[in-house]
Design a protein around this ligand. Sequence first.
Ligand code: ADP
Length: 381
Amino acid sequence: MVLLNPAPSRPPEENLVIVIDDDEIMRLSCEQILSKAGYRVETFGKGHDGIRRLREVRPSLLVVDIKMPELDGFEVIRRVREIDPEVAIVVITGYATIETAVDAMKEGAYDFLPKPFTPGELRMIIGRGLERWRLIKEAQRLRHEKEEVERRFITLVSHQLKSPLVAVKQYLDVMLFSLQGQLPEKAVEWVGRSQVRLGEMLTLIQDWLALSKIERGSWCDPAATSSLAPIVADIVQDQRQLPLAAALTIEVVLPPDLPSVCGDRVSLSMLVSNLVGNAIKYNRPGGSVSIRATHEDGWIKLVVRDTGIGIPQEYIPRLFQEFFRVKTEETQEIPGTGLGLVICKRIVSELGGSIEVSSKEGEGTTFLIHLPVAEMKKEAG
Ligand code: ADP
């Protein structure tokens, strides 16, 4: 099972250095030397305490002793790298050997300082670490900026493409309708195929534009309140018309007294529509889809379950990445954009909820969504 909305972490603190060393004298001298040099220093005698703090604050630098009782420096580095891959780690040790240095670097340390060291040496190595951390952050910022420019470009192109594509599709509709019986059979087939491909392109454009609207914050309205029952009923009624749905049993179980949820009807419809659409699309003839909701401790729990083809475990962590689609023999003929679940995830997090997925290949898939219950006063209004 994958939980997709981890707690947001604090922004990194550029001048903060965490020192983990079981030797009190060493902690004190690091603190003195580095504080004088303008750093904010927090020291810890035990690896566990330092790691706990590192989860709360985001230092640019970590100084860690290799030889410590309980958790040694290597283990600290390993765990810290899982929490923060960028923090610059400097290792200090009393028994400096090339092997220990190499091992520490392999675990992800940036530099190595053998004891005893002078204040100048510590300052120099910390200064270098900070410089490296800044470079990494700057490279990251530039990468994000580049990605943002690319996204805006794709959004602009999508906007520009939408109207001509709709027009071409409509012309083809008109042609097929008005020239009924006059076109050769092959031409009707080719036009039909062109329409399907145009339809796929339009879905992709619509999904992309929806996603960029959600990202700009101009789609979801978490201050609105909506009742899920009519939304689910409308979506299910629409999707029952799909040819694939004819061979499926679709069950909806929502208690009549289900409280309203936070969120506007448009976003919630898009969320439910994507999940129910997938449950139908990735199903098998004779299969079933169930949509259930319950109310627990201020949350509405919405469960969309299907008995379809399921998802191989190794793909589950990637399901919410843009354009990711599971590629197996069973999915290759099923059309899609790989954006539906990204849209669902963004909507859910905009509305303050969470989304989890569990699946068994060949047996089916379950999406579990938690949405906050709207406050009583809002409901009344
Ligand atoms: P798509 O437009 O491809 O359906 P989504 O973002 O909605 O894109 O889903 C991403 C991928 O996750 C799909 O391509 C499909 O492989 C898989 N998937 C999503 N929902 C289900 C489901 N209910 N059952 C099986 N596979 C699913």
